[in-house]
Design a protein around this ligand. Sequence first.
Ligand SMILES: [Zn+2]
Length: 429
Amino acid sequence: MYKLPKSEIEEIQRKRLRQIVKYLYENSSFYRNKLRGIDIDEIRSKEDLRKIPFTTKDDIRDNYPFGLICVDFSKIVRFHASSGTTGNPTVVAYTIQDIENWSELCKRCLEIVDVNSNDVVQIAYGYGLFTGGLGFHYGAERLGAKVIPASTGNTKRQIKLMKDLGTTVICCTPSYGLYLAEVAKEEGINPKRDLKLKAGIFGAEPWSENTRRKLEENFVENAYDIYGMSELNGPGVAMECKFKNGLHIWEDHYIVEIIDPNTGEVLEPEEKGEMVVTTLTKEAMPLLRYRTRDITILNDDPCDCGLNHARIMRILGRTDDMLKIRGVCVFPSQIEEIIMKTNGLSPHYQLVADREGVMDKLIVRVEVAEDFKTDRLTDLVNIQNKLEEELKDALGINAVIELVEPKKIPRSEGKAQRIVDLRKIRGLL
Ligand SMILES: [Zn+2]
């Protein structure tokens, strides 16, 4: 059904775009206002979208909780929410049809990496207001797979379940995947030998190719990246295929544009910028030109897997995760890539930004690998120097490297806290 020629996908997009703009004009006072002065009959293609102003996270928060809902309240069947650090959470409403579409997209994501009804799918994303758990749950069930709704936490039990129930697919954050592998080893289980994990589907935080390598060496046969956010349904907006070279975005349900986050100008394919998404099929709370704050690149080249849905490259980071150190923009995923290339280091790290006088300072705190044994101080100094040089070369920043003992960086069962910005805490930003 979704394995369509490009021309058909584009035809569906045009038709659905016209419908959704008309629908919003008729059913949403928020969008009627936003579309004021625009002839909605003129919005027929992706290019025409540029006439419409962006929708932002603040728009959703400012209209909290029900201001963007376009259907009669009786048609709402579910709410999800993502927590903000300040103010109102971002609340998203769903109709039965929304849940139906979302489940279908999650099913597709599993299907393109060969998950099928024989698989045992353990979902170690949070169940609750966060969309991770329930999104995968519905998708996997729709596929006919056997679902273990493990949710987050209780790491030893997760490993026991994997072993006893023969889990073949694990869904969780990449940092939790690494942690599960670590705890399994402590429990005397070698995941690659003693478990049957053919695939891991990792999302909800940006990660790197080197993390993939670690996950595939120590935990699962194949590690895949998935993308989504509650405003756009939840997980399942885009997913890597078996070729692991970008995430196919389901273009019959979403239109993607990449913009310069500072000027709002639409960029050419292959240019790095903020992803802006228009939802084509959402019913309760469709969004036009929603600024995701995620930084990526759009690639519309044909993929070897035969799917004609365009791909987004791995998310580099979020515009709000971006650390600005002495004017240079740095994403944790870029630093992670370098840490993982350096021998003797573990994938567990934290970035601490601070200011001394007027100068920004970046501390990269990283654990020494557990299997790295030395009693010579010079070995450690060499690692420190190497990492320092690599960071300088690749990112153009001077960082202070702090090597710490294994297991000194706090572990998280959900998203890892990679950044501690003391400048913010001290009110300097
Ligand atoms: Zn593909």
